[in-house]
Design a protein around this ligand. Sequence first.
Ligand code: CO
Ligand code: CO
Length: 474
Amino acid sequence: MLPRLSQLLLAALALSGVVSADPSGDEELRDFFAREGAAVKPLNLGRRSAATTQTRHLRPTYEREETILKKRDITPPDIGQVADFGGQDPEPIRNGAGDTFFANSNHEIDAQNPDNVAAPPTDAGTVPNLKWSMSLSHTRLLKGGWVREQTITDLPPSKDLAGAELRLSPFAYRELHWHRVAEWGYILNGTGRISAIDDSGRSYISDVHGPSNGSDPDIYYFPPGVPHSIQALDQGLEILLIFTDGNFDATGTTFMLSDWLAHTPLEIVAQNFGVNVSELGGIPQKDPYILKSTVEPPPFGHASEQAVADPQGDVPSPYVFHLDQQKKTNAPGGWVKIQDSVTNFPVSKQLASALVFVEPNGLRELHWHINDEWLYIISGHGRATAFAGGSTARTFDFQPGDSAVFPVSYGHYIKNLSPTEPLIYVELFKAEKFVDFSATQWLALMPRQVVADLLNISIATVETFKKEKQIVIA
Ligand code: CO
Ligand code: CO
C-alpha cells in the first residue's frame, strides 16, 4: 500500500511541476512512450516546453490532473484521434510501434503536423502530400507590396487551381493586366477598388472590402482575358487569389500591359494610340507588377467618382459578389455560403466556391466532389483525411494560411480540432456549379438491408442516418 501511495504522490508532484521527472535522455523518453503509448496523456517530461505555446491549438485542452491520474492505468483504444504528446514534441511512436527521433527533426513543423509523425492507424499506403503552407513559398517583395504563390511545382496534385496571396500597401496598384485563365479573389483584409472592361467595352468599377465588424468580405471573379487592375485604398489590402490552372506560372498565362508596350516598337505604340512618340517617353521598360500611386484616390465607397463615361455602358453581370449580403445555409455544426454561376454569381462560369464555417469540434461531413477541391484555411485549426481509393489514405493538419487540395473524387472530411475557436476556410472548384456527394445521405437513401449487410450494423442504426446533406455536423 505504501509504495503505491508514494508513487501516486510523486506522480502528482511531477504533474504539478513541483518535481520534474527530469528524463536522462532518449532512452527514458522511449521507455515512457513504449509504456504509455502516444494516445494517452503522458507526464510533462520538461523537454522543449516552449512547444506548448506554439502548438496550443493543435490538441485538446488538458484535463484536470486528478482525471489524468485516474486514467493513467488505462490505455484508451486507438480510434484515430490526434496523438497527444502532452505538450512535448511529437515523436514517431504510436501504440507500441515506432521509436523516438534519434537524430534531427524540425520540431516546429512536427508540432504543426502530428498526423505526419504519428498517423492514425486508418492511414495507409502512399498518398502524395496534399498541403502547402504559404509560409513555404518564396515571397516576391515589390515597391508597394508583395506576392507569394502556390503553383503546381509546389503542390503537384493541384492540377485545376493555383493560389496566391497578394498584399498592396495603401493606395498601391496591382497594375493593368489580363490572364489566359480565370481569376477569383477573396479579400482577406483591408479595402480596395477593382476596375475592368468586358469584350464589348463595357466597363466595371467597384470597391471591395475584407471582413469587418463580423461581416463576411467581398469576392470577385474575372473571366479569362478580361483586363483588370486593383488599387488598395487607405487601409491597404491583402487578397487570396485563385487561378484556374495549376501551372499558373507558365509563360503565356499572365500579360501585363506595361510589359507588352515595353516590348513593342515605340513607333507602333505611338501610331496605335494616335499620339506622338514624344508623349510616350515615360513608358516603363520593365513591368512594375505592383506600383505606388501618385495621387490619393477618392475614399472607399466613392468608386463612381473615378468612373469614365462609357458609351457602351456597364457590364451586365457584376464581377464582385458581396458575401455579407448572402444568406447563410445553416448546418447543425456551422454554416456555409456557396457561390457559383448556376446559382447566384452568373459571371463566375469557371469557378465555384464555398465559404465554410465549422463550429468548435464540428465536422465537415464525409463527402467527395467531381472536380479537384482547392482549399485555404482562413482561421482556426483543422484535420482532414484524404481517402485516395485502393486502400490508401493520409491525414493532414491545417493551420491558417495553409492551402491544400483534395484531387477529384477523393473522399474527405475536415474536423475542427479546437473546442473553443471556429474553423473558417474556403473550398474552390474549377466548375460552373458546386457539386458534392454526402456519404451519410447516400447510405440513408439506399435500401436499409444493403447498408446493414455491408457495414455489419443494425437496420435501426441505419435508420438514424440523415437523408438531407448535413454539410457540417455538430
Ligand atoms: Co489578375
Ligand atoms: Co470537399
